[in-house]
Design a protein around this ligand. Structure first.
Ligand code: GRF
Length: 187
């Protein structure tokens, strides 16, 4: 039976992308990486899996609607139904949001609505909170504001550093995101 097709949007190291690719029970085929940072390590990872990539620089386009329309065209040609963001550092515009309504999901390394935006792990660490975590949520036009699907808490210990906390958060991310995808797609 053919699986549903999905794209991952990522612009960093791609450890979450890799966790999805390495999960044999993932109920979709990831067939495309979209990346807005030429040279990002995730691109090499995608190529190693033989995946098609769409790598772009926003500066090369007139505006968000222009590059998003190009992305929509590519994803439609691929037959993609779901989009999973994993370290894609741009807000989505209405072009993508309208075309893939209810089918765009993001992972964020904090217990939203606390610590949205960049460096959420560092933000939580510096705030001195004792518990932070990971959130998987639907994407809307805001910054990490869409409806929450799942969360998992991660404790912050006295002897933690930002790095040690980041490692534990990523362990949770790599387990939680594929599991949420399984639940979403099996509905
Ligand atoms: C993850 O922490 C994710 O929660 C956030 O961006 C980071 C991407 O990390 N949205 P990686 O590239 O998957 O390692």
């Amino acid at each position: 039976m053919n699986k549903v097709k999905a794209a991952v949007f990522a612009s960093g190291t791609g450890s979450n992308f890799q966790a999805m690719m390495e999960d044999p029970a993932l109920p979709c085929d990831i067939v495309r990486l979209v990346c807005d940072k030429p040279g990002a390590p995730v691109i090499g990872k995608a190529e190693n899996y033989g995946l098609n990539t769409f790598v772009f620089s926003a500066n090369d386009y007139e505006n968000k609607a222009t590059y998003e329309q190009e992305i929509v065209d590519v994803l439609r040609q691929d037959g993609i139904e779901w989009i999973f963001l994993a370290g894609y550092m741009r807000l989505l515009g209405e072009t993508l949001l309208n075309q893939f309504e209810g089918k765009i999901v993001n992972i964020h390394p904090s217990l939203l609505p606390a610590f949205p935006g960049k460096d959420a792990v560092g933000q939580a660490y510096r705030a001195g909170v004792k518990v932070t975590g990971v959130t998987v949520h639907f994407v809307d036009e805001g910054m990490d504001t869409g409806p929450i699907i799942a969360q998992e808490a991660v404790r912050i210990y006295e002897n933690d550093t930002v790095d040690s906390l980041h490692r534990r958060i990523q362990e949770v991310e790599h387990r939680l995101y594929p599991n949420v995808i399984k639940e979403l797609l099996q509905k």
